[in-house]
Ligand binder design. Structure first.
Ligand code: KG4
Ligand code: ZN
Length: 341
């Protein structure tokens, strides 16, 4: 038997406060406190987010330890999200992690949130297959849309990314146009399941290579809805499911087109998805079908590891712990941290 390595992961980059304990790569607990305060504002309000993190962090960490049945003195190291994210939010997790690691006299490990979304695939779970290197990861979240070539745990190359909005923003902003609360992505998904994806056609953006663009789509949707509402003021109510299905269909088509280009360009057929939008039922289904249709091997994260969570921070921390890649006490949060720096 090897040594028991317990890692506490802490995530506070945006509007979810989360803590997780993992033992040698297996998740013992993964507590996520969602912040309800933002829904009525149509987006995350940074000041409210950092205040809610301050209120949540102690109980969330305590709950993660209790659920894992682990005492803090058993911890081997503490991993935290250094960036990217909202500065005020990141600071709460960073300073908490720092003081706890200092107090316990154990290593502190800084984690890149975007790498963590990808490395969530390496959480040890009887039901998941882990992608072999090299693989392509489509990272789709509220802040990012990237196609990343992953040659090793910490060797990544961005092959393409959005030149404007992230795909999660495309979902959330479309939802806002339809009068749905924030975050609208899951609600569009829900309504889309009852609608006809071919009911309305939206133009796909023309953007080179492996890059993405979603701001034109959002404007197209806005103009379409405004025009229809002039004819029928109840247009949204009467067609909500079809509108959502059509928006989702267009977005998923855009994502799949780019993945096909990435496979053509790299010859790599191991394809993973990661990030909050990888919770979307349609992208999950289309990716699964791609195994049959295109001969890809696809890797779809378990639902609870798609949107922001601390288990992905803890697994990344664990992989860094094995390499002894620790943070210095002088480490600071970085709002604009890139996936490769
Ligand atoms: O990764 P994440 O939790 O936070 C960021 O790092 O940004 O991603 C959040 C994004 C939001 O835009 C949310 O609307 C979207 O993921 N999302 C979804 C679904 N679940 C979450 N979008 C579409 N369909 C879903 N089922
Ligand atoms: Zn995220």
């Amino acid at each position: 038997m090897g040594k028991s390595i317990y890692i506490l992961g802490i995530e506070s980059s945006c509007d979810d406060t989360s803590a997780s304990v993992i033992l040698n790569g297996k998740v013992l607990s993964n507590v996520v406190a969602n912040q309800e305060v933002h829904s009525k504002y149509g987006g995350v309000v940074p000041e409210l987010a950092s205040r809610a993190h301050q209120q949540n962090i102690v109980p969330v960490v305590q709950q993660a330890l209790a659920q894992a049945n682990v005492n803090k003195t058993q911890l081997s190291a503490i991993a935290f999200t250094r960036g990217p994210g909202l500065m005020g939010s990141l600071l709460v997790g960073t300073s908490f992690a720092k003081s706890l690691a200092f107090g316990l006299e154990i290593p502190l490990i800084d984690v890149n949130h975007m790498q963590a979304h990808i490395l969530a695939h390496f959480i040890e779970d009887a039901n998941n297959k882990q992608p072999p290197f090299p693989f392509i990861c489509l990272t789709i979240s509220g802040g990012h849309t990237q196609i990343v070539k992953v040659t090793d745990y910490f060797k990544m190359e961005v092959l393409g990314e959005t030149i404007d909005d992230a795909v999660g923003e495309a979902f959330d902003k479309s939802a806002k146009i339809l009068g749905l609360p924030y975050p609208g992505g899951p609600l569009i998904d829900k309504h889309a399941q009852l609608g006809n994806p071919k009911a309305f056609a939206f133009t796909k953006p023309k953007v080179g290579n492996l890059d993405f663009s979603f701001s034109g789509l959002k404007t197209g949707i806005l103009y379409f809805i405004q025009k229809q509402q002039r004819i029928n003021p109840n247009f949204i109510d009467e067609n909500l499911n079809d509108i959502c299905a059509s928006i989702q269909y267009t977005i998923v088509e855009i994502l799949m087109d780019k993945l096909k280009n990435a496979v053509k360009e790299t010859g790599i057929k191991h394809i993973a998805i990661a990030g909050g939008v990888s919770a979307n039922s349609s992208i999950r289904e289309r990716l699964q079908l791609a195994e049959k249709h295109f001969g890809w091997a696809t890797y779809i994260p378990k639902f609870e590891y798609t949107t922001d969570n601390a288990a992905m921070i803890a697994i990344t921390g664990y992989l860094k712990y094995l390499n002894k890649t620790y943070a210095d006490v002088s480490v600071t949060a970085k709002a604009r941290l890139k996936v490769v720096e």
